[in-house]
Design a protein around this ligand. Structure first.
Ligand code: NAP
Ligand code: F7E
Length: 327
């Protein structure tokens, strides 16, 4: 029988890769999409005709119940969130309501309408924040450093709580940073690759950045959505860290991206206090031994390979745009 999946956050980076993965596996895919004045379809333009969209919002309980009722999913992937850490200081209450309480709203919609559906919660390495041990694994205590991190800790524990209270098949994937050409342009990897492409093509002269010393464990989003799916194929629900086990500074990222197009980063990068955060997560490095052992998951794409892929994509996109403007 055809399996049915409901994805929240389908228009985002992960939602688009996950939808592709599930469609390739023969799933019927439902996507919860919020109303926007202009539809945001860039990431899913190529598959939009294969997805059944349901309008709803993570902060509107009735619309979530409706979405679960209509889709009758075997699997629910809760990816929707206010996901940009920087914005979480500007909009802390919204971030709490959406990224935190929104998880309860979705869990309630599943509990009341399709309690046997398997549930995936998009938890984050930002929960480790000011890390108390390195590398970080499933048992590492949380110490979030932003309103976003705090909201994700709530989302994580409410997922565990629904598993323990109602015996629901609810999993939390503690994913470290993962990137791709579909990454939002305010996140550091995409901000850099977009700027490098623009500078190379003469469309931009400098790149303004925040803290170059921060270290992150960066993987490829296409690899990470496979782990989400694997978690829901197990006999028992559990929580898993997904990471590469490598950490790099923001400066290394900048160096790799500029040198790939034959430029010296020091000629273009300017430090701007505007991009320095009120509280920083200095170092993230994940230990995903449990996922390797129990899920058989491993990453395929390396860090440099991914950055080069993103620069290539941004160069190609900008060149196509320029050609279209000439016509
Ligand atoms: P993303 O690209 O920012 O996508 C977020 C999605 O949430 C978008 O589809 C967005 O819709 C949707 N959304 C926002 N507000 C909503 C609302 N009120 N109701 C319903 N949908 C709403 O994020 P991502 O990188 O794909 O990440 C997916 C999830 O994993 C997020 O929960 C994120 O916090 C978490 N996470 C990400 C990473 C990472 O490195 N990427 C790591 C760990 C955890 P619009 O298109 O309409 O804005
Ligand atoms: O920042 C530093 C910044 O915004 C990475 C989200 O997907 O991953 C992401 O959160 C680092 C930070 O991602 C700039 O201070 C320096 O140390 O790309 P980012 P993030 O905050 O790590 C986690 C796992 C999530 O769950 C989140 O949803 O880069 N940095 N200069 C900068 N960052 C940005 N954005 N812009 C700069 O100019």
């Amino acid at each position: 029988m055809t399996k049915r999946a409901l994805i929240t956050g389908i228009t985002g980076q992960d939602g688009s890769y996950l939808a592709e993965l599930l469609l390739n596996k023969g799933y019927k895919v439902y996507g919860l999409r919020r109303r926007t004045s202009t539809p945001i379809m860039e990431n899913i333009e190529h598959i939009k005709n294969e997805i059944e969209f349901i309008e709803g919002d993570l902060m509107d309980q009735g619309s979530l119940s409706h979405a679960v009722n209509v889709s009758q999913p075997d699997e629910v992937y809760n990816l929707a969130a206010q996901s940009f850490v920087g914005t979480s200081w500007d909009q802390p209450s919204l971030t709490g309501q959406l990224t935190g309480i929104g998880v309860t709203n979705m869990l309630e919609a599943v509990r009341l309408n399709k309690p046997d559906a398997k549930f995936y919660q998009a938890s984050s390495s930002e929960m480790f924040g000011k890390v108390v041990e390195t590398p970080q694994k499933e048992t590492t205590p949380f110490y979030p450093r932003s309103p976003y991190g705090v909201a994700k800790v709530y989302g994580h524990w409410i997922t565990v709580n629904y598993r323990e209270s109602y015996n629901m098949f609810a999993c939390s994937g503690i994913l470290f940073n993962h990137e791709s050409p579909r990454r939002g342009v305010e996140f550091v990897t995409r901000k850099v690759t977009d700027a490098v492409a623009k500078i190379k093509l003469g469309l931009q002269t400098e790149l303004r950045m925040g803290n170059l010393d921060a270290k992150r464990d960066w993987g490829f989003a296409g690899d990470y959505v496979k782990a989400m799916w694997l978690m829901l194929q197990q006999d028992k629900p559990d929580d898993f860290v997904i990471s590469t086990g490598e950490t790099h500074t923001v400066q290394e990222l900048v160096e790799i991206a500029f040198s790939y197009v034959g430029l010296n980063w020091q000629d273009y990068v300017v430090i701007d206090p505007k991009f320095v955060r009120p509280a920083e997560v200095d170092l993230l490095l994940g230990d995903c031994s449990k996922a390797k052992e129990k899920l058989g998951w491993k990453r395929e794409v390396g860090f440099e390979q991914m950055i080069r892929m993103m620069v290539d994509h941004d160069l190609e996109r900008l060149q196509k745009q320029a050609q279209a403007e000439l016509v």
